[in-house]
Design a protein around this ligand. Structure first.
Ligand code: HMG
Ligand code: MG
Length: 296
């Protein structure tokens, strides 16, 4: 396995959206700058959602404005037209809409059914396309839902296909509660790749059950080449009780380095970025690689 992957760093959004300690806009900007300095070329920096739902992401417009000039692609989450307008006003060039493969999570997360969410995204995607803004699509709960339990892979394929047909350039498959295992990941990727090219599918795996790296390895063997991860392994979703953070970017980079797969990320600078944000939060980053390198 000797080639290249693209990492979508989601730490400043997925990593921080669930933190009880409020992280200042200044610290979030410094975090993004450090990540770009470590070689991350795609960074999700915030979300334009209801501040009542996720107060941690307030000020995402300031974060985006402060980093736009840097040499990287910045993403922000947008749930509806109101969020789209705010993201566009802040200069967003790439937005991400987020749907769920399960009804229970859709209702808890964005207060509507899966079908209603897709209807909401239609005008967002149409307007973004007309404005020259790229749209990424997320599908959550692809391997299990905190409310509905097991999720039928066909529901994942259906929502993935809907978002792709609406014009999303890439679909990120979210194991929101980290329950997946490699065999299921392989089967799911194969099924989704019938509808969307494998290179346009991203693996967005939370590490709740410690399976994320194994799942990514299985996905790489299937031909997937886009990995979402969060520096330090921070995070979780406020609407997925008990779910822990995304797989840590440094753990992914360490594995990729060992495999001879290029990610463009400087591990040492990434660990420094994780340590700095962990200091802001007030506890060590969960990443195993960062813990090991800090102990050296
Ligand atoms: P709602 O209550 O149904 O919306 O929430 P509404 O349209 O009735 O509006 C209610 C209030 O929110 C109004 O304000 C609106 O103006 C305001 P009020 O009149 O009460 O003062 N509002 C907004 N404010 C700012 N920006 C907006 C916006 N929209 C409405 N865009 C809504 C529906 C979607 C807005 C809400 O449920 C929400 O914001 N949810 C966001 C949830 C979220 O951010 N979850 C975490 C991200 S998803 C995730 O982590 C999973 C992922 O990582 C993949 C994976 O791991 O699986 C992506
Ligand atoms: Mg997530």
């Amino acid at each position: 396995m000797s080639d290249t992957v693209r990492i979508v760093e989601v730490g400043p959004r997925d990593g921080l959206q669930n933190e009880k300690t409020p992280i200042s806009v200044e610290a979030r900007i410094a975090f993004v700058k450090a990540l770009v300095g470590a070689g991350l070329s795609t960074v999700e920096v915030g979300s334009f959602v209801s501040p009542k739902a996720v107060p941690q992401m307030t000020g995402s417009d300031e974060v985006l404005r402060a980093v736009q000039h840097l040499p990287a692609e910045f993403h922000v989450l947008v749930p509806n037209e109101k969020g789209y307008e705010a993201a566009r006003a802040a200069g967003a060039k790439v937005i991400a809409v987020f749907a769920s493969a399960s009804e229970g999570f859709s209702r808890a997360n964005i207060n509507c059914s899966v079908a209603e969410s897709v209807e909401r995204f239609k005008p967002v995607i149409t307007r973004a396309t007309a404005d020259g803004i790229k749209v990424r699509g997320y599908v959550s709960c692809v391997l299990g839902c905190p409310y509905d339990g097991a999720v039928d892979p066909q529901s994942v394929v259906d929502v993935t296909t809907l978002l792709w047909d609406l014009g999303c350039y890439e679909i990120s498959l979210g194991d929101t509660i980290g329950v997946g295992t490699p065999k299921k990941v392989r089967e799911l990727l194969r099924a989704c790749a019938e509808a969307v090219p494998m290179h346009s599918l991203a693996m967005h795996f939370h590490d709740t059950y410690g399976q994320a790296l194994a799942n990514i390895y299985a996905g790489l063997e299937e031909g997937a080449r886009v990995i979402d991860s969060a520096a330090g392994g921070l995070g979780g979703c406020p609407y997925a009780p008990g779910a822990s953070g995304n797989v840590a970017t440094e753990d992914v980079v360490y594995m990729l380095n060992g495999l001879g797969v290029t990610s463009g990320v400087d591990l040492e600078r990434l660990v420094a970025a994780s340590n700095a944000i962990a200091a802001e939060i007030g506890r060590p980053a969960p990443s195993r690689v960062t813990a090991a390198l800090n102990a050296k």
